[in-house]
Design a protein. Structure first.
Length: 436
């Protein structure tokens, strides 16, 4: 509380000093405090420069939580600021983002997504790269070389993409390379790309997510082969799976049958009747072999198989034991109770209707599939009548609120558990909307 009057006094003194400065000194001060390149913003009058310097002076004295509120009011991301930093360092990062978004008006007009970028240096690199790509937009051969140098093998594309498609993807890659980690996660989640199984430090995780984004958006040949690109951890695994798919497609019927037998599928399992079904099963097994552990566990959960193991081989055996196992026998049909109502429904007074105008007096309405997802809707604080757009908005809001980086200290464990539940609920609801 004692700091607030002191901060207010500092702002007053700074404003008085600014009012006393000449135009040349004001512009020099502006260049130091607002380190944007000249092409980022428009030329401003002395009055505008003075007003902006006063605004920056106020931001620099606000407590951290108030600077965070200013950012949220301007729809500026506050994620990715390390909780390990002190309040002063965190505030300085957020003030830089405010300066970038509010004063780089020329970049904003050009469509540069400055609200998602972590700082002025990253925005400057992105602006330079975008300008370079635009300058090469008519040199198709140069764009082709850049596109095929993104890290994908040649067989990942059926043919050379059209010029506009290459430009679009190169712009996307330039943006992804400058996004902070939390924004890359959001980009992947918006596209339904798995963000699990990341390893290493923050920079290594960024590299892995960028690779997954390139894989899903640029490998059209593999997408046409129906490879589950959004679930794979990287380009190397996708290339391995593509080779396996092609090998299986080229194999003879006898070779496929022999390979299927070697899987040791349990006795009583339904045998594939046609080559197509046999091929689908072998391709599914090939996919399980390259999926990351967290995705393999998802398949186990869908087939109601125990996931209490870190051994991939053991999980694969469990999947094989139930995937095409004998179908569960339905319970014996019970005779309906006998009584006056049943006699009346089956009487000859209402032939073929059983008293209700239906051929089956014991039929009921189909269950609402949303009822089974009520828990996930509640986790996102939504009714089970919510739309896909409602789910996406609620997830972003809650993920931002409960992200572990924003809740250090005594609540870190509690908020990380909440964050995990929110992510699981969103993933389950996203799958539901994709299949309906």
């Amino acid at each position: 509380q004692q700091e607030q009057p002191q901060a207010a006094l500092q702002v007053v003194k700074r404003v008085q000093a600014l009012d006393a400065m000449s135009e040349a000194v004001l512009r020099s001060e502006y260049a130091k405090l607002v380190p944007l390149p000249s092409e980022a913003g428009k030329e401003r009058s002395v009055k505008d420069v003075l007003q902006r310097l006063k605004e920056v002076a106020r931001w620099q004295q606000l407590p951290l939580r108030e600077v965070q509120r200013e950012c949220r009011d301007c729809d500026i991301s506050t994620g990715g600021v390390s909780a390990k930093l002190g309040d002063l360092e965190q505030r300085a990062e957020l003030v830089e983002r405010l300066i970038l978004v509010k004063y780089a008006d020329r970049w904003v007009e050009q469509g540069l997504p400055v609200k998602r970028i972590g700082g002025i240096k990253a925005a400057t690199r992105l602006a330079v790269e975008m300008q370079r790509i635009e300058g090469n937009s008519k040199d198709e051969q140069l764009l082709q070389r850049e596109f095929f140098n993104l890290g994908l093998p040649k067989d990942a594309n059926n043919k050379t993409p059209l010029l506009q498609e290459m430009l679009k993807q190169l712009r996307n890659v330039a943006l992804w390379r400058e996004l902070p980690l939390h924004e890359l996660r959001r980009e992947c989640q918006d596209q339904g790309i798995s963000v699990g199984g990341l390893t290493g430090d923050e920079e290594e995780q960024r590299r892995e997510l960028i690779e997954r984004l390139i894989l899903v958006n640029c490998a059209d040949a593999w997408s046409y082969m129906q490879l589950p690109l959004k679930r794979l951890p990287g380009i190397q695994q996708a290339a391995k799976l593509a080779r396996e798919y092609l090998r299986l497609q080229a194999a003879s019927d006898a070779a496929l049958i022999e390979e299927y037998k070697s899987l040791e599928v349990p006795k009583g399992a339904s045998d594939p009747c046609k080559r197509r079904e046999l091929l689908q099963r072998l391709q599914r097994v090939a996919t399980w072999r390259v999926l990351p552990l967290h995705e393999l566990r998802k398949d186990c959960q869908e087939l109601r198989v125990s996931t209490t193991s870190d051994d991939r081989g053991e999980l694969l055996e469990r999947l094989l034991s139930v995937a095409w196992g004998p179908a569960a026998q339905p319970p014996p049909k019970k005779e309906p109770p006998r009584g006056p109502r049943q006699f009346f429904e089956r009487s000859n007074y209402f032939p073929n209707s059983h008293g209700f105008g239906s051929s089956d007096p014991f039929s009921f309405a189909a269950p609402n599939p949303r009822q089974a997802l009520t828990k996930h809707f509640r986790t996102l604080k939504l009714p089970n009548t919510a739309t896909q757009d409602d789910v996406r908005k609620a997830y972003r809001k809650l993920a931002l609120k409960y992200h572990p980086d924003k809740n250090p200290g005594s609540r870190a464990h509690e908020t990380s558990e909440l964050f995990r539940e929110i992510a699981e609920a969103y993933e389950a609801l996203r799958k539901f909307f994709e299949t309906t």
